[in-house]
Design a protein around this ligand. Structure first.
Ligand code: ADP
Ligand code: MG
Length: 235
């Protein structure tokens, strides 16, 4: 596959006010996948827990060739991604400073903290596309409704997709929940779902993307499909 035909810098935001639903996983593997396709990609980790930094930790190097934007720490990953996170005392760290620093990027992927306020609000206001990872369980539906409600109030009209993450199609309850999501939000459910796959958590614990860790794992193939869907959907 050649270089994706993305026109101008795009901002892909992974957000959901619930924790543990796969935001960081989706952000890190999507960013790595686009970078491998030749897209100059930046990954912004806005969660103070810095899980995206931890998930990319193998051979992570501080960027020394250029000063980081004020209030941000800046690294480059084994796979060549620029990875930025607000500093421990992030005086003056704003999203616009980081985005201006990365003006040569084709794509910026933003990993949000589990909240709808603060950094998440700033990120979704600037998004060209929003990915909402969700687990297929009953309580997720409520969270989805408030997330989509908030996005509906934005002046911009980003491309929005719900991403079933850690999906186990053999479980009836999960199939039923996915059917409910489709019934309530038919235009928002993406075509791709990510299966629960141990290779995904292994890759994170080794600090590399799935594409490095196990190119043939079912989780890796699902992420490759997701990247194709994103590319065709909003470029
Ligand atoms: P969030 O950023 O929303 O808090 P994470 O991306 O950190 O969620 O995922 C929570 C946990 O689930 C992590 O340990 C991650 O490795 C694991 N995980 C995420 N997606 C999958 C998957 N498809 N299969 C197996 N484990 C997964
Ligand atoms: Mg996270």
């Amino acid at each position: 596959m050649g270089v994706p035909l993305i026109r101008g810098p795009q901002i892909l935001v992974c957000a959901n006010q619930k924790g543990g639903v796969g935001k960081t996983t989706a952000a890190t593997h999507t960013a790595a996948g686009f970078q491998r396709l030749g897209c100059r990609t930046g990954l912004l980790d806005l969660d103070p827990q810095r899980n995206a930094v931890l998930c990319s930790s193998q051979d992570l190097e501080p960027r020394k060739d250029r000063p980081a934007p004020q209030g941000w720490d800046c690294f480059s990953t084994k796979e060549g991604l620029d990875l930025l996170a607000p500093s421990d005392s992030p005086g003056g760290a704003t999203l616009d400073r980081a985005l201006a620093w990365g003006e040569a990027w084709d794509l910026v992927v933003i990993d949000c903290p589990p909240s709808l306020e603060g950094w998440t609000q700033a990120a979704i206001e600037r998004a060209s596309a929003i990915l909402i990872p969700m687990q297929c369980e009953f309580l997720s539906l409520q969270g989805l409704a408030s997330m989509l409600g908030r996005i509906g109030t934005l002046a911009r009209d980003p491309w929005v997709r719900i991403l079933p993450s850690m999906y186990e199609p053999e479980k009836e309850l999960q199939r039923e929940t996915l059917a409910e999501v489709e019934r309530h939000f038919p235009d928002r459910l993406g075509r791709t779902w990510i299966p629960r796959d141990p290779a995904i958590s292994e890759a994170s614990s080794h600090g590399v993307s799935l594409f490095c860790h196990d190119p043939r794992a079912i989780g890796t193939l699902a992420y490759a499909r997701l990247i194709r869907e994103l590319h065709h959907g909003w470029s």
